[in-house]
Design a protein around this ligand. Structure first.
Ligand code: AMP
Length: 420
């Protein structure tokens, strides 16, 4: 038997209701904030992602699914959405027609990670990108929107951590600064972080090793190393967030894994997932549009939530409510094959009237048809019996009351309409 690939999952109908709830909540809310949906391809040139997330990151080094097309080009399954949205923004010259361009997306992403709870190879994200402004108010809006989304989705135990990574000019200074600071303490670091000092020093900030964490926490905060402009920008973001009552925590060593981030970065964790994994993350990427071929400097910011992780973080009660399948309104039972045509016509009518309705196709016994009606949670069963049909009548069974009566077909319609 062929089985699903490791790290991929079927999303079964029972769970779809909760998925749809999370997606619909996002659509409604993002629309209110002026974000318009965009759907970019799942496959892109691999170079797009290497250029954007960076060649030394986990994604750039080992996590991308890359294959050659017939023309020998390297094609990647998208590991994240920002790069594709920015490519679409540049390619479709959206900046000219829209000015500040606000997009949201919902879709599948792919990373070759070791699968575990809340970590898959095909997973799903929903997120926003606002391209074309460096205003700190936009940062505040995006962060506040992420909080608003969590509230609307009924997720309670979240924490929003924010920090600033400085601008393009600050980046080499930051790297040099921490290389110097950490070289003096190299013996306290784990073997991986020892190597990271030269290769990608900020990734040491993400190390989960306790000794590395202790070293990191004793370092000079990033915010003290960045330029005055960026410090002021960061302060304006914080002031604005406080003004609108957004709950955030400052995390001086939040560095985020991807190369394109500048200035404000943020990460949202939830107690339900344990400290290890974020449910969402985002930040500014002021240079990405230019780096990917945009004509002018176009500052931007966005965030992404992992839908599988949101599902883990949703409240138990909500999950229960949203995983109950839709019940049938009417089940049609047929006593004989000869009553089927009449019954089928009635079923068509019911569906045109938007009643959720079902029938038995396989000529099962009346008893087993009633069992199925019960299983489907049908409110009414209409039984088409041969004798009754001759009189233009059917048996209408009210499943809730456990009562049934023989009525004319038109009367059955009236009754069903009256109750549903
Ligand atoms: P990132 O693009 O790495 O910042 O990820 C943004 C969000 O996507 C994370 O906070 C997770 O919620 C989700 N995510 C990232 N990678 C995975 C994965 N392999 N499986 C499930 N969710 C993921």
């Amino acid at each position: 038997m062929i089985k699903s690939l490791r790290g991929t999952k079927d999303i079964l109908s029972k769970e779809i209701i909760l998925w749809r709830f999370l997606e619909d909540t996002a659509r409604d809310l993002f629309n209110i904030y002026g974000y318009k949906e965009i759907r970019t391809p799942i496959i892109e040139e691999a170079a797009l992602f290497i250029k954007s997330v960076g060649p030394t990151t986990d994604i750039g080094q080992k996590e991308m699914f890359v294959f050659k097309d017939r023309g020998g080009r390297d094609i990647a399954l998208r590991p994240e959405a920002t790069a594709g949205v920015v490519r679409a923004y540049i390619e479709n010259i959206l900046g000219v027609s829209l000015g500040l361009s606000k997009f949201f997306y919902i879709g599948a992403m792919f990373r070759g990670e070791r699968p575990q709870a809340g970590r898959q190879r095909q997973f799903h994200q929903l997120g926003v990108e606002a391209i074309g402004s460096d205003s700190p108010f936009l940062d505040a809006e995006v962060i506040a929107l992420s909080e608003e989304y969590l509230k609307s989705a009924g997720i309670k135990d979240y924490r929003i951590k924010i920090n600033s990574l400085g601008c393009k000019k600050d980046k080499p200074n930051i790297t040099d600064f921490y290389k110097k600071e950490l070289k003096g303490r190299i013996e306290e670091l784990c073997p991986d972080c020892k190597k990271r000092i030269e290769r990608s020093v900020l990734r040491i900030f993400d190390c989960k090793n306790n000794r590395c964490r202790a070293v990191v926490n004793s370092l000079t905060p990033i915010i003290e190393v960045i330029c005055l402009d960026c410090q002021q920008h960061y302060k304006a973001v914080k002031d604005s967030l406080s003004e609108i009552g957004c709950n955030f925590i400052e995390d001086s060593f939040l560095a985020r894994g991807l190369d394109y981030y500048t200035r404000t970065v943020f990460e949202i964790t939830s107690d339900s997932l344990g400290a290890k994994d974020a449910i969402g993350a985002g930040g500014r990427y002021d240079n990405l549009v230019k780096d990917l071929g945009g004509k002018k400097d176009t500052p931007a910011i966005g965030f992404a939530f992992g839908i599988e992780r949101l599902l883990i973080a949703t409240d138990e009660a909500l999950r229960e409510k949203k995983t109950t399948s839709i019940k049938s309104d009417v089940f049609i039972a047929t006593a004989t094959r000869s009553s089927y045509n009449e019954a089928f016509r009635f079923l068509k009518w019911l569906r045109e009237e938007r009643f959720v309705s079902e029938i038995d196709y396989d000529g099962r016994s009346l008893k087993s048809q009633m069992r199925r009606a019960e299983k489907l949670g049908a409110r009414f069963v209409v039984i088409f019996g041969e004798e009754e049909l001759k009189k233009g009548r059917v048996v209408l069974r009210d499943m809730q009351k456990g009562e049934q009566e023989e009525v004319e077909l038109s009367k059955a319609i009236e009754k069903i309409k009256g109750f549903l």
